[in-house]
Design a binder for this molecule. Structure first.
Ligand code: ITT
Length: 202
């Protein structure tokens, strides 16, 4: 194996199927077997950090210890500028989307933006921290973002989470209307993973 991870197998420390699909696709061209946390039935640690990087490290370190493998975690979220970058690290918990569905969370976000602001500034960015943890305790982190704006009504069926209401800068379609190939070239996750690939796999 010629990569700097010193292994040709790693585990993705995420239980989000949308993230797993995107990360596996982006890492597919490289000679590395990518397992998911569900494949290995790994537990979900509590995300007690106050930043994307802290939460990514919590997840990567936990998975690496449990699996005794190199682990990569992704902590990400939607930062709405007129709402002081909320929901940010709380995106997966904003109005309990896991219980109520993302259509409801997106509707609440749109309503909050209209109520609390003059609704003139609908700019936002997605942020992603990728943390790599090794069984010997070493870690490394990378961060990526993609800028855009929030559309309403939400549009499209591809992707996951807040994708139907996020239109990346330079495009007139939401992430959920664009093909996965486009999203995987320009997204916050693609951006952070590209840095990981450049650092460890090239
Ligand atoms: P894991 O912790 O198991 O990885 P999670 O979904 O709880 O899964 P996070 O804590 O990082 O992950 O929360 C990220 C949330 O931000 C996610 O649930 C989405 O709602 C949103 N999000 C992140 N990346 C996104 C993307 O590419 N498209 C749409 N929404 C995204």
């Amino acid at each position: 194996m010629s990569n700097k991870l010193n292994t040709n197998m790693l585990v993705l420390a995420t239980h989000n199927a949308g993230k797993v699909a995107e990360m596996q696709k982006i890492l597919a061209p490289y000679d590395i077997k990518v397992l998911s946390a569900d494949d290995l039935k790994l537990s979900e640690p509590e995300e007690t950090g106050t930043t994307f990087v802290e939460n990514a490290l919590i997840k990567a370190i936990s998975a690496s210890k449990e699996a005794n493998m190199v682990a990569i975690a992704d902590d990400s979220g939607l930062c709405v500028h007129a709402l002081n970058n909320r929901p940010g690290i709380y995106s997966a918990r904003y109005n309990e989307p896991k219980k109520n569905g993302f259509d409801y969370a997106m509707k609440c976000l749109d309503e909050e933006l209209k109520e609390k602001t003059d609704n003139k500034d609908r700019s936002a960015h997605f942020s992603c921290a990728i943390a790599v943890a090794f069984p010997n305790g070493e870690t490394k982190t990378f961060e990526g973002i993609v800028n855009g704006s929030l559309c309403w009504p939400a549009r499209g069926n591809a992707g996951f989470g807040y994708d139907p209401m996020f239109v990346p800068d330079g495009y007139d379609k939401s992430f959920a209307e664009l093909s996965g190939d486009v999203k995987n070239k320009i997204s916050h996750r693609a951006n952070a993973l590209k840095q990981f690939i450049d650092y460890f796999l090239k």
